[in-house]
Design a protein around this ligand. Structure first.
Ligand SMILES: C[S@@+](CC[C@H](N)C(=O)[O-])C[C@H]1O[C@@H](n2cnc3c(N)ncnc32)[C@H](O)[C@@H]1O
Length: 227
């Protein structure tokens, strides 16, 4: 697995953001959950503290916590400046302004880093990557993929998206992906194809509105599940 940390923006989201991005009910949160591409999100750390059963995979977990923090520190101010320079590209409802967003990302990273060593020992953070996962069929009930598939449509092609979703469906009963927009704030060019493909394969496929929006219009998730 070759990954360059200087290509990654290690911004992570909190448990509360995951709950909103994926419409997670209290029943959902009692399931066996796989976080795919969780990076430095605090979803696993906060969820584990509440007794939830969460495993996270990400190629970034091949790096030490100090390296991930170093990369975050190197890019955070520049990214917040870019956000400030493009005010129309953001919805300030969950986070009230760019400064609050920055504070939230710093807090999330801190919570993740505090849990990282223990979580690695407990196999809750595993260095794995799509499109091939090292889990037995149907090891999980719910696979969540936040801010990776569809968002990085320019970097990962259509075949990658299909293979990645197929693999998540192999290891999990249900897959949820958020957001459906690319970094250019347009609906992913692969969305319609992916929906048709998995529908034709006999899966339940739906777009569901969720109560979270930071990129304008990015308030929907894709649900694909075994019937
Ligand atoms: C923008 S971050 C999102 C982190 C987290 N999901 C969140 O929403 O807070 C995107 C993540 O995708 C991860 N990633 C990159 N390639 C991947 C792959 N092939 N399989 C799984 N994750 C990957 C990156 O390492 C990075 O941590």
């Amino acid at each position: 697995m070759v990954m360059k940390l200087d290509k990654v923006v290690p911004f992570g989201r909190s448990l509360d953001e995951y709950i909103k991005m994926f419409n997670l009910s209290s029943e959902d949160l009692q399931q066996r959950i796989l976080g795919v591409g969780d990076g430095p999100a605090s979803f696993n750390a906060e969820g584990t503290a509440k007794g939830y059963n969460i495993t996270s995979i990400d190629p970034i977990y091949q790096f030490a916590g100090a390296e991930i923090k170093q990369r975050f520190d190197a890019v955070v101010d520049n990214i917040i400046e870019q956000i400030i320079a493009t005010p129309n590209n953001w919805v300030w409802s969950y986070h009230n302004n760019p400064q609050e967003l920055k504070a939230s990302r710093i807090k999330t990273l801190g919570t993740f880093l505090q849990d990282y060593q223990l979580g690695k020992q407990e196999d809750r953070y595993q260095a794995q990557e799509l499109p091939n996962l090292d889990f037995a069929d149907q090891s999980y009930d719910l696979a969540l993929c936040s801010h990776f598939l569809f968002l990085y449509s320019a970097q990962c092609d259509r075949d990658f998206h299909v293979a990645a979703i197929q693999e998540m469906l192999r290891v999990s009963q249900e897959v949820r992906i958020f957001p459906l927009l690319t970094l250019m704030q347009e609906t992913s060019p692969y969305l319609d194809f992916v929906m048709d493909k998995f529908s034709n394969l006999g899966y339940f496929v739906a777009i569901v509105k969720v109560p979270y929006e930071l990129q304008p219009g990015a308030n929907k998730m894709l649900v694909v599940k075994h019937n």
